[in-house]
Design a protein around this ligand. Structure first.
Ligand SMILES: [Mg+2]
Length: 150
């Protein structure tokens, strides 16, 4: 499966608070953002299971910067869709939603937003919503995938 993850408040804590991975001095010096605890473990496990793993965000952070963020945490993500790519892809279409994973052949999108969940119901794409208090979020994602596969 091709799986995308939202960035803000799902992997990077902006307005929400959750535990984050430890940062090296190098990451701190570069001013890199901290990612949610368990992210690297989860992404590696997903890759091991043969999934394609990437980021789908409404932010305008550059794709290079996002790829680097994960590389410095020891993981190479397969794809990045930022707001620029999203808008380019949907330009001229009748689809008006913040995220549209079907346009990028994404099977499952993981996000913190209930609004994205509603868009998924409306436009027919699969979402998994992770609340900030879900400390067991890694297992939640893995269990959800197990349900899809059976
Ligand atoms: Mg978000």
């Amino acid at each position: 499966m091709k799986i995308s993850f939202d960035l803000d408040d799902t992997i990077i804590s902006g307005n929400k608070s959750f535990e984050t991975e430890r940062q090296t001095l190098f990451q701190k010096l570069l001013g890199m953002e901290r990612i949610r605890k368990g992210t690297v473990e989860l992404f590696k496990e997903l890759k091991k299971r043969g999934h394609i793993v990437g980021i789908y965000t409404t932010s305008y952070r550059s794709c290079t910067k996002i790829k680097l963020l994960f590389l410095l945490n020891g993981f190479s993500i397969d794809f990045v869709i930022n707001q620029r790519r999203h808008l380019l892809k949907l330009y001229g279409s009748n689809i008006h939603c913040s995220k549209y994973p079907l346009a990028f052949n994404i099977d499952l999108h993981v996000d913190d937003s209930r609004g994205v969940e509603i868009e998924g119901q409306r436009y027919g794409f699969q979402t998994l919503i992770i609340e900030e208090q879900y400390s067991e979020w890694v297992n939640l994602v893995l269990n959800d995938l197990n349900c899809h596969n059976t």
